[in-house]
Ligand binder design. Structure first.
Ligand SMILES: *[C@@H]1O[C@H](CO)[C@@H](O)[C@H](O)[C@H]1NC(C)=O
Ligand SMILES: *[C@@H]1O[C@H](CO)[C@@H](O)[C@H](O)[C@H]1NC(C)=O
Length: 362
């Protein structure tokens, strides 16, 4: 099911073909048994989480003024994303701890112990990120975001860490959007806390990249994203219809864009994509592919080799990789309905019809 609207396509496509159909993850049978995400503050359960997280929820008072409606939307998206991350790292930690096939950490015992120690911290830190975001939402009279049931399209440790790196890249881009909007909307009291999480997720990602044999720091200026791209990508991991209050998150969900080209090399090349359409008029010859990479102006490329079989449209577009200027780290691809030049990732999101497709190089 996760494969049907797979946004994190490169990593996942292969995994989809060989997917082990494990039961979807639900917090109802959370192996941690601590009642998360219903954690009373204070409580023994919270103390255990904080010990594992090596630190606490912020104890400074919440901002005196109610955040803007848009800031609350951002907090809801953060809670939605962090709930997914808790689910993911809980299952990953469990797989490694129980030596599930594909998750045996080879080599010395030290490597396995380190992995368990690090993921125990990450898992608990993500729990505190959820409690912090949901705590702010409920403090200002909103409804806490509730977890969904999740499906993860990975079945070995390398794919699992690759996927963790990819979704963390999306988060690192999206929190840039969130703090910019806090600034624009005058929600300055929220900027410091969320910025502390940007660094925190960056520390995690340096480790995922190192594990994969990549240079720990991907780029001089990390690729930016928008809230809509993150929210759309996350739909690929949730069992449709399983999120109790998804509709309280007022952000657009784009139709999925799949990147067919697996593990693209660091060179200029054509990349193949596909989308599913419901009717012929859902595909227009005026569409193009737009790429967002680093903090640079988005690049627009024409679509070619369009092939429509049943309801699947396959097509390709040039990917103008250049070691010095374009294509390292995460690139967000989107099918847009404007051939005009875009000034920003937000401009791209406004014209996006299908997306995001995520391309990772180096
Ligand atoms: C844990 O292992 C199961 C069985 O291989 C797999 O289906 C699931 O996706 C894995 N979860 C993660 C987060 O790696
Ligand atoms: C282009 O796509 C955007 C976003 O999906 C949509 O709001 C807009 O109406 C579309 N414009 C055209 C001309 O199709």
């Amino acid at each position: 099911m996760a494969c049907s609207r797979m946004a994190l396509a490169i990593v996942i496509r292969l995994a989809c073909l060989t997917a082990v159909f494990a039961a979807p993850f639900s917090f109802k049978d959370n192996p941690l048994g601590n009642g998360f995400p219903m954690i009373v503050q204070p409580s023994d359960a919270l103390t255990v989480i904080s010990v594992n997280a090596h630190g606490s929820l912020p104890n400074s008072p919440p901002p005196p003024n109610k955040p803007s409606a848009d800031a609350l939307t951002s907090l809801r998206l953060i809670a939605f994303n962090e709930l997914f991350e808790v689910a993911y790292f809980t299952e990953l930690l469990n797989n490694i701890t129980n030596n599930v096939e594909g998750y045996e950490v080879g080599g010395r015992d030290d490597a396995r112990n380190f992995m368990i120690k690090a993921l125990t911290a990450v898992q608990a830190q993500e729990e505190l990120h959820v409690l912090n975001a949901n705590g702010a939402i409920t403090h200002f009279g909103g409804e806490a975001i509730q977890p969904c049931t999740y499906n993860f399209p990975v079945s070995n440790i390398n794919d699992a860490i690759t996927l963790a790196q990819t979704f963390t890249d999306v988060v690192l881009g999206t929190l840039q959007d969130v703090v910019s909007l806090f600034g624009t909307d005058g929600d300055t009291a929220l900027i410091r806390g969320v910025s502390s999480v940007i660094g925190q997720e960056g520390e995690q990602n340096g480790w995922y990249r190192t594990f994969l044999g990549k240079v720990p720091s991907a780029l001089p200026f990390l690729t930016t994203s928008t809230r809509e791209f993150a929210f759309s990508a996350l739909q690929g991991f949730v069992v449709p219809g399983s999120c109790p209050n998804l509709d309280t998150i007022k952000l657009q969900i784009f139709k999925p864009l799949t990147v067919i080209t697996a593990n693209p090399e660091p060179k200029e090349q054509d990349i193949t994509f596909s989308v599913e359409i419901a009717k012929d008029s859902d595909w227009m010859s005026s569409y193009s592919i737009t790429y967002i990479n680093q903090q640079n102006l988005p690049i627009n490329k024409p679509i070619s080799n369009v092939n429509i079989v049943d309801r699947t449209v396959t097509f390709s577009a040039n990917f103008p990789y250049d070691m010095a200027t374009f294509g390292n780290g995460m690139t967000i691809a989107a099918v847009t309905n404007s051939t005009g030049s875009f000034d920003s990732a937000s401009d791209v999101a406004k014209a996006t019809v299908f997306g995001p497709g995520l391309i990772e190089i180096n």
